[in-house]
Design a protein around this ligand. Structure first.
Ligand code: ZN
Ligand code: ZN
Length: 108
């Protein structure tokens, strides 16, 4: 079954499959529309996540939220994060202890 749609960019009529509706009449209109309407920081975000956070390998996936190249790197990253969290926790405890030691208790 097909249905009629209008191109979001130029308004031209498109006849497309009902299950697979088209929003643009061709790739040029899609590009133009995206150039005008893309959300702020869309490309920035994509650029920032194009490298694996663990090994630095370039990620070819188009998934903007992907931060690592493989499941192995994902595991490595979560381990690294756990270590970092523990280090931070230790540092905080030490600071608290230092502060506690610097408090002078006055006994009346
Ligand atoms: Zn169009
Ligand atoms: Zn990696």
């Amino acid at each position: 079954m097909s249905k009629r749609y209008n191109c979001r960019q130029c308004g031209k009529e498109i006849i497309s499959d009902y299950n697979n509706p088209k929003k643009y009449c061709d790739i040029k209109c899609k590009t133009n529309y995206w150039n005008k309407h893309r959300p702020n920081g869309y490309y920035k975000k994509k650029k920032g996540s194009s490298k694996c956070k663990t090994c630095g390998v370039k990620i070819s996936s188009t998934h903007a939220n992907q931060k690592v190249c493989s499941s192995q790197c994902y595991e490595r990253q979560s381990k690294w994060q756990a270590i970092n969290r523990y280090k931070k926790h230790l540092e905080k405890s030490r600071q608290l202890l230092n502060r506690a030691n610097s408090i002078v208790f006055v006994n009346d």
